[in-house]
Design a protein around this ligand. Sequence first.
Ligand SMILES: Nc1ncnc2c1ncn2[C@@H]1O[C@H](COP(=O)(O)OP(=O)(O)O)[C@@H](O)[C@H]1O
Ligand SMILES: [Mg+2]
Length: 270
Amino acid sequence: MLTTRQLHFSYQDEPVLQDLTLDFGRHAVTGLVGANGCGKSTLFMNLTGILRPQRGAVLWQGEPLGYDKRSLRALRQRVATVFQDPEQQIFYTDIDSDIAFSLHNLGMDKPLIAQRVDRALQLVDAQGFRHKPVQHLSHGQKKRVAIAGALVMEAEYLLLDEPTAGLDPAGRQQMIAIIERIVAEGKRVIISSHDIDLIYQICDYLYVLSDGRLISSGETAQVFMQQALLATAGLVQPWLVKMHSELGLPLCKTEEQLFMLWRQRGVEKM
Ligand SMILES: Nc1ncnc2c1ncn2[C@@H]1O[C@H](COP(=O)(O)OP(=O)(O)O)[C@@H](O)[C@H]1O
Ligand SMILES: [Mg+2]
């Protein structure tokens, strides 16, 4: 289980995260929401031990993280992270080598590596561009390669920092399908995003941050019904929640669900 306890983090003297006690083990998909600059990426870097809190702790299975090389290496086999910019995570020009890299480092057998790489590429729909050089890939394709590079570890937790940032509508839709597939595999997923409609569709539970502090937490629909609170955090309601709270339409989780109800009942009986 991945949790934090009264975590405080500052860059130099600038406090960024304050008193965060969070539990990412309770729900399949936990969302971390808040305006730009509220500290989401900084929290992710604390969760994987890239940054170290000055006060409080990140806990793995109830124990504070160790920050020596060996402990961090062990942690990253259980908690894999995909950062916003895929360029930071792809080191090879050849996709298969890039994804296999961390497994070679672990000294895994070649046939097992090949199996794991195949599976990871399949999960992110990358079979079609697998043999292209990385520099010829689109941003969305690079993002999928970065995700495959994390999936190959078969970690229990997958942390996705702004998974839909910079994607076109089709790329965003595909990313949602990929995340749903990963969730169906039984992993714990943590998603940070200001793509509020994505968070609404995918997450079970939310933590809302404002200026590095936790201002609310709860089941996704419950949090998104609190308009004033969202405004404090610099956020707006997802459009499906607005259809409910402004127009009195049924609260639907997806647009397909809303459109189906509309077709079945007709607009006057919604
Ligand atoms: N390396 C850094 N050094 C100093 N300040 C930083 C650094 N990285 C981020 N910050 C600051 O920390 C705050 C939180 O940033 P970040 O974690 O990137 O937020 P988010 O991911 O929610 O947009 C911002 O005010 C940002 O300017
Ligand atoms: Mg960020």
